[in-house]
Ligand binder design. Structure first.
Ligand SMILES: Cc1cc2nc3c(=O)[nH]c(=O)nc-3n(C[C@H](O)[C@H](O)[C@H](O)COP(=O)(O)OP(=O)(O)OC[C@H]3O[C@@H](n4cnc5c(N)ncnc54)[C@H](O)[C@@H]3O)c2cc1C
Ligand code: FES
Length: 356
């Protein structure tokens, strides 16, 4: 199982009134641990009002700069994001899991690709890392970025994006959409919708010329763009998206399993850090992660919503049913990897290994 490592805050900078860019010193001796790919994220842990809180934040720096930086946008009443925006300061220490995530394609200096990116609000963080890295490492590749914000002053990483555009004028274009401020061209006013996507792909970006699409923002926007592209017969392998959260309900057993398993319990064995623990879990009740945490297991997690993959483990015995599994790739599902925050046992014994 991946372990937490201490990270010291090197610098904090306000990029908009409600978003901070937090960079970290890479601890000497941990350079390998914190090597990352563009588009990956850190899972940070802090003690806030006496409680341990873990959340994921995409790296908005590029691996080529040897820098470790995240952008944290305050959400109303949000525990970690408010703490980061209002209390965190230079010299403070947080804990972090090694970088992880699958929101990237490999960089290939020999290749010439056209990329299209759709970002909204804080969804720009992994995108900036991706754009900066590919532009630097693939001298013939191009990027078009469609970026949605409320107003000019809420644009995260605005100056950095402008600098990148000036550096790569021939290969990088940005199209800003504003939802609470008027732009002269009607297309760029308001949220994305089907009609706007139609115009974008007819006039600005020909679907057939794009090799990879990256999408990050609110769930509704991600699925709007993804579904539009699928309708245009874009190969699903070319569509990459990162969810920061989901509105999906907690996982539930289907009606048939719920009836069949009602009143039964499952003996859960967890293997973690070379040790194992066991507990009984009422079928149709808690998911495996919550049940394990209630039984004092010290396990990694962040979103508890099936999107970040921090709670991934291998199911080595028994069967489970899962809610959403956005965080897992198809080959992981095929190889019996599960998201424990989404997994409900459907057999009377399951063995789950966090070390594999
Ligand atoms: C892979 C990944 C990458 C991410 N990258 C970024 C990034 O780069 N930048 C970024 O800013 N965020 C990012 N996120 C989102 C981030 O992890 C957090 O989810 C976000 O910062 C909110 O966390 P929080 O602790 O501040 O809010 P939470 O305390 O978790 O609350 C979230 C929201 O839920 C509401 N809420 C909480 N509890 C309740 C309740 N009991 N009843 C009703 N409403 C409630 C709050 O009001 C708030 O609006 C990423 C997420 C993932 C999964
Ligand atoms: S904790 Fe994020 S997928 Fe389970």
């Amino acid at each position: 199982m991946a372990e937490f490592h201490k990270l010291t805050v090197k610098n904090i900078e306000k990029t908009t009134k409600d978003c901070v860019l937090v960079s970290f010193d890479i601890p000497s001796g941990s350079e390998e641990v914190f090597k990352y790919k563009q588009g990956q994220y850190l899972t940070l842990k802090a003690t806030i009002d006496g409680n341990s809180v873990q959340r994921s934040y995409s790296l908005c720096s590029s691996p080529i700069d040897n820098e470790l930086r995240v952008g944290i946008k305050a959400v109303p009443m949000g525990l970690f994001s408010t703490f980061a925006n209002e209390q965190l300061k230079e010299g403070d220490t947080l804990e972090s899991l090694p970088p992880s995530g699958n929101f990237f394609v490999e960089v290939n200096p020999e290749i010439q690709k056209n990329y299209a990116c759709f970002a909204a609000g804080s969804g720009i963080t992994p995108m900036y890392s991706i754009i900066k890295t590919h532009l630097a490492a693939e001298p013939n590749s191009t990027f078009k970025l469609f970026y949605i914000n409320q107003t000019v002053s809420s644009i995260i990483l605005k100056d950095e994006l402008e600098a990148l555009k000036n550096q790569y004028m021939e290969r990088f274009e940005i199209f800003h959409f504003l939802t609470k401020q008027n732009r002269t061209v009607e297309l760029f006013n308001g949220r994305l919708d089907q009609e706007k996507l139609d115009i974008i792909f007819k006039t600005i970006s020909n679907v057939s010329r794009v090799d990879d699409y990256f999408i990050c923002g609110p769930e509704a926007m991600i699925f709007l763009v993804r579904d539009f592209l699928l309708e245009q017969k874009v190969d699903k392998e070319k569509i990459h998206f990162e969810l920061f959260g989901t509105s999906a309900d907690k996982p539930k057993l289907n009606k048939e399993d719920a009836e069949k398993l009602s009143g039964k319990t499952c003996r859960v064995t967890l293997i973690e850090g070379g040790k194992s623990m066991e507990f009984e879990l009422a079928m149709g009740g808690d998911n495996i992660l919550d049940a394990a945490l209630n039984n004092s297991a010290d396990l990694p997690y962040a979103c508890k919503g099936g999107v970040c993959c921090t709670c991934r483990a291998k199911l080595v015995e028994g069967e489970v049913t899962m809610g959403v599994t956005y965080g897992l790739e198809q080959d992981e599902l095929d190889n019996n990897y599960i998201l424990t925050c989404q997994a409900l046992p459907t057999t009377e014994k399951v063995v789950v290994d966090f070390d594999k």
